[in-house]
Each structure stands twice: as C-alpha cells, then as structure tokens.
Write a protein that binds this ligand. Structure first.
Ligand code: NI
Ligand code: MN
Length: 226
C-alpha cells in the first residue's frame, strides 16, 4: 500500500486502488502549503474526532470527491447539516466491511467537539485490516492500556501514532504504545504544526531506536510504500 503525508495527522493511504484519507487538515496548515487540496484523491475519508485540526477540509474534500466519510454518529449529524450525504456513521467497537478491507473503530483518550462547539461524540482511532496488511491509526490520544487489546486483536504491521505531546501523548508514551500494540514500525503524526507541539526530530527518532522501534517522520508531500 502507498502512504502519502499531507501534514499534521492527515495521510492518504492507497489500498487496492482505493484512496483513504485520514483527518483532512491541509488548507489551514502553513506547513502543507505545497499540497493542493483540489488534487487530493479520496474514496473514503476517516475522521477520528471533531477538532478543527482533523476536520477542517472534510466538507470540501467530501463534496468534490463524493468519498464516503467514516465518523461518529455525532459528526455524521454535523456533516449532514453541511450537505454531506455519503457517510458511514460508526462508534467505538464497530467494524465496517468495505471494498478495500475492514475499518474497526477503537478507543482514543482525548476530547471531541466540532469547530462550532457542537458535541462531537467520543474521539476514536481506527484499525484497518486488508489483504495488503493491517495498520492502526491512533488519532489524537493519550497512552491507554486499551491499546493492548489492539495488539491482541490483530497483527499490526505499522501504526500512525501522535508524538507531539501537549494535546496527545509524546514520544516516550508512544514508545510504550508501540509495545502495547506489539508493533515496531511507527509513523509519527501530530507534531510541528503548532508552536506547542514542535519536536526535535533526531531526539525522537533516537528514543524510539533505543527501544528497537523504527520511527518514520515523513516529509509533507512524500509517498512511501509498505
Ligand atoms: Ni484533538
Ligand atoms: Mn489534534
């Protein structure tokens, strides 16, 4: 599968020719100014929670592409009022069987309100299962013991974990999370975008490496294959 980084916690993952976009936040992100939102491909848009830095471009992207949006029931209600019709409403514990594989919603320890202050339901992470491999997209979350369940549920080939600290876990807790999910191939997210979450890249990578875990910090616009 191909993974493209659009900055912050926004990634495009291509599985079996289908494009899955996580937490679209491109146009307000100064670091992602070279990404052209109008050319981003999407068949599915997965939204972990309602905060602006995860949903800012969801309506525009969904309207242009007609992609199916996967989100909580509360975010479904909010998006419906903005004219989005193709939505798969879910909640934690649920699994959707889709043409590229399955999406399971898992617990995230965080908060979730919409940009206008409306309640967004509970924040979520996602486990994606496919013939091309399984991965975990944690969303915004603290380290939680529930992550052990993810490692027991499926072999996780790689994972997207937040490492920016302040609003989510930082590198040290993300290393423990990697152990909980039994995965040593991590792609970092939710760092550098704002002043409070700026990190030292080599320090973070060294910390992971000392624990035998590979931390990839992708360049914005870069595509890698897993
Ligand atoms: Ni958040
Ligand atoms: Mn966030």
């Amino acid at each position: 599968m191909n993974i493209t980084y659009y900055g912050h916690s926004c990634f495009g993952v291509e599985i079996k020719g289908k494009h899955i976009v996580f937490d679209p936040f491109i146009s307000p992100n100064g670091l992602a100014k070279n990404i052209n939102l109008s050319t981003v491909k999407a068949d599915y848009i997965l939204i972990s929670h309602g905060h602006e830095d995860h949903i800012a471009d969801a309506v525009v992207l969904a309207k242009r592409t007609g992609a199916a949006v996967i989100c909580t029931y509360e975010i479904y209600v909010w998006l419906s009022k903005k004219g989005i019709e193709n939505i798969i409403a879910m909640n934690i514990g649920g699994k959707a069987k889709l043409d590229f594989g399955n999406v399971k919603c898992v617990n995230a320890v965080h908060s979730s309100s919409m940009p206008d202050g409306t309640y967004g339901g509970n924040p979520m992470g996602f486990v994606v299962e496919s013939d091309e491999g399984n991965f975990y997209y944690a969303g915004d979350t603290a380290l939680t013991y529930d992550m052990k369940l993810i490692g027991e549920y499926r072999k996780i080939n790689f994972a997207f974990l937040p490492i920016g600290d302040k609003f989510t876990m930082g590198a040290e807790n993300a290393i423990i999370a990697s152990d909980f999910i039994d995965c040593n191939d991590i792609i970092g997210m939710h760092y550098d975008t704002f002043e409070p979450i700026k990190i030292n890249h080599s320090e973070a990578k060294d910390k992971f490496e000392r624990s035998g875990i590979n931390l990839t910090l992708m360049k914005i616009g870069e595509t890698i294959t897993k």
